[in-house]
Write a protein that binds this ligand. Structure first.
Ligand code: SAM
Ligand code: SF4
Length: 314
């Protein structure tokens, strides 16, 4: 979708916008179903990159301890716990600029994926930059989706990261698409970008061929010690508008309310689901930041009459 059209949609009265996005949502999805994803940081901290939002960057003193890649057994236990709590997608994130085939750490990730993929959940990994060889091997090992966020507009990206480029991000995404893994790609709001930047991000995402299967929308978790530590929270109506426009532009994507839900009220989250969000990140911790308690999430979804998707047993 073109920027002019996205802007026109975005600038409508709020209820007109969410009525449209709800209608499109219902054409493509069973409107009441919400997927719960669990996210585990399998390699935390000490990252070479300088992403201004990220507590895991070695460039900032955030008080986060650098950890080694988690052993396969520990990851399996976390995956089993997530499944028992009701997650149907398990995502594993590593604080790396990227990873190359043939290295010990890549082999360990492949082994982990082979095991986790036996549990019947969708398996997603986010390991930074990869090329065609890595993408092929991850797919063979059982990864269903690769997450690599563009995070913001191409124009604003250099304000946020200087150690790699927006183009680098697109190159990895192209390798993922070519491998046949599905693409999970979204961004962060609340980093100081304009509404236009947010819409440009949606424009870029909606013009991927094919469109991303999964679009996480993160609200910045302002992490102490990072350059964005003092950013104010995103206005809830701006967030709802963005979700609605994303639903209209990328109708078949899973739209995931990702980081930052601790800053949203129950009413705010309800509006996000109405506008087109149909997945949440679930579990008490999100990489290195807090997340709403799993039981509070289940209670909210039940109160709204939304249906919790379950892993099929067997
Ligand atoms: N290093 C890999 C990369 O950059 O693609 C994978 C891990 S990275 C932590 C995954 C995503 O988490 C980022 O692209 C960003 O969208 C999100 N993220 C990280 N820190 C965040 C924060 N403080 N607030 C909101 N989202 C954040
Ligand atoms: Fe590293 Fe990823 Fe954090 Fe950027 S977002 S500093 S690449 S872990």
């Amino acid at each position: 979708m073109k920027l002019a059209e996205l802007t026109r949609l975005y600038d409508q009265p709020l209820f007109d916008l969410i009525a449209q996005s709800r209608a499109v949502h219902l054409q493509h999805w069973r409107g009441e179903q919400v997927q719960r994803c669990s996210l585990l940081s399998i390699k935390t901290g000490g990252c070479s990159e300088d992403c201004a939002y990220c507590a895991q960057s070695a460039h900032y003193s955030t008080g986060l301890e650098r950890e080694e890649l988690m052993p396969v057994g520990e990851i399996m236990s976390a995956a089993q716990r997530a499944r028992a709590q009701g997650a149907t997608r398990f995502c594993m994130g590593a604080a790396w600029r990227g990873v190359r085939a043939g290295t010990a750490k890549f082999e360990q990730v492949l082994e982990t994926v082979r095991e986790v993929s036996q549990l019947g959940m969708e398996v997603c990994v986010t390991l930074g930059e990869i090329g065609p060889a890595e993408a092929r091997k991850l797919k063979e090992a059982g990864v269903t989706a690769y997450n690599h966020n563009i995070d913001t507009s191409p124009e604003f990206y250099p304000e946020i990261v200087s150690t790699h480029t927006f183009e680098n991000r697109l190159t990895t995404i192209a390798a993922v698409q070519a491998s046949g893994m599905s693409v999970c790609c979204g961004g962060i709001v609340g980093m100081g970008e304009s509404a236009l930047d947010r819409l440009r991000m949606v424009e870029v995402l909606s013009n991927f061929e094919p469109q991303p299967e999964s679009v996480p929308i993160n609200c910045l978790m302002a992490m102490p010690g990072t350059p964005l530590a003092e950013q104010p929270p995103v206005d809830i109506f701006d967030l709802v508008r963005l979700i609605a426009v994303t639903r209209l532009a990328i109708p078949k994507a899973r739209l995931r309310l990702a980081a930052g839900r601790t800053r949203l009220t129950r009413e705010g989250q309800a509006l996000c689901f109405f506008a087109g969000a149909n997945s949440i990140f679930y579990g008490d911790k999100l990489l290195t930041a807090a997340n709403p308690a799993a039981n509070a999430d289940v209670a909210l979804l039940r109160e709204l009459g939304l249906v919790l998707e379950e892993v099929e047993s067997g």
